[in-house]
Design a protein around this ligand. Sequence first.
Ligand code: BGC
Length: 446
Amino acid sequence: MPEAIHHFPKDFKWGTATAAHQVEGNNTNNQWAVWEQTPGNIHGGDRAGLACDWWRNAEADFDRMVELSLNAHRLSVEWSRIEPREGYFDDAAIDRYRQMLLGLRRRGIEPMVTLHHFTNPIWLEEQGAWENVQVVPKFERFVIHVVRSLGDLCDVWCTINEPNIYAVMGYLTDDSHMPPGRPGNFDLTLRVIRNMLLAHAAAYRALHNVQPLARVGLAHHMREFQPLRPNHVLDHLVNRLQDNAFNQGILDALMHGRWGLILGRGAEQSARAVRGTLDWIGLNYYSRTRAYFDPRQRSTLFGAIIDTPGGEMSDYDYGEIYPDGLLHCLRRLARFKLPIYVTENGLPDEDDDQRPAFIVRHLRVLWAAIQFNYKIQGYYHWSLIDNFEWGQGWRMKFGLYALNPHTQERTPRRSAFLYRDIAKVNALSSDIVREYTPELLPTLFP
Ligand code: BGC
């Protein structure tokens, strides 16, 4: 059989994604470092600790990216290192980030820098962090410092990672194990999301003022929401509301400068400033969620969510594996007519028995989306290496490389070679599928 090939566009970015606190090690000055000290907050009492030791030696893992033929990486800078006390900026921290960005560039890897990925300096946390709209000028000042110091080495910026996840996990979900750990606060959840969007907009303008050619976006986590019972009217209704609160409200604010019905509850600031503040949009896609009507759930508009009963689950029931949801989310983003990056996609899978097929199936969907002319410019797999998975500690392993956090030893999983082979030829081919996931050959290349 001749080889069949799905080519990706020229200059397509093949990358991985990481976040500062999850990989750097010895971050002691943010709210997570405090949170990790309280027993019960992190699975198994784990701590980020030395993490993947990137503060000392990220470069060894940059070499691994080269071995995988990657040409892009998304990493974040840690606000609490750069501004350890309010208004005081640490030059040594900036120098280290300069080294890292140079290290990536020298290896032919385009950096995308995220400016906020879940962690806050302790001084900010003490002021109510994102609950308080005063965060907006503070974030803006931090961003201006970063772009002035690093702007010659980076021009793709991701302002904020997943406002919805940060807010929902910290202020809504009972069992999230994320700081500040104040579940059941729907109104506060909305306020935090709004403040994050206002800060994103301020950062967008600040970045462009300092660096006119900056390409600025935001990483939006979208889940595919579907009603649990297809014939149940109320499930449909709450599903729409959940989808609006979690997925669409943020997109509407960014596109139209309106908070909308749900996100606007109790809003004091107008959303006008948020409109049009994207040069690209990032999608973090993981899984599908089912919504159903539950009259007891007043605080979440009578909606509750579960995974699809009998669905194909990843380890630890992290989420349902549902590649078509990626297409549906991309279709919704394509309406922006902006470049799109898949800024995260992955699963916890220590023994790598699901990941190869996960990657192939999602990349096939991505390729299909590109055939619809959606402007998809890159894919960043979460993650290069096992790292500190927040409230789940070290048990969930998302890496193409396995990490032993005690010895710092790395071992490539089979998925690393699969991803390398795809990135190397900038294509998904029947030969690659035959080698790594032969069970998918009849469906993908019949
Ligand atoms: C977050 C990452 C996290 C990943 C896997 C994303 O929502 O941005 O920090 O590790 O999911 O759970």
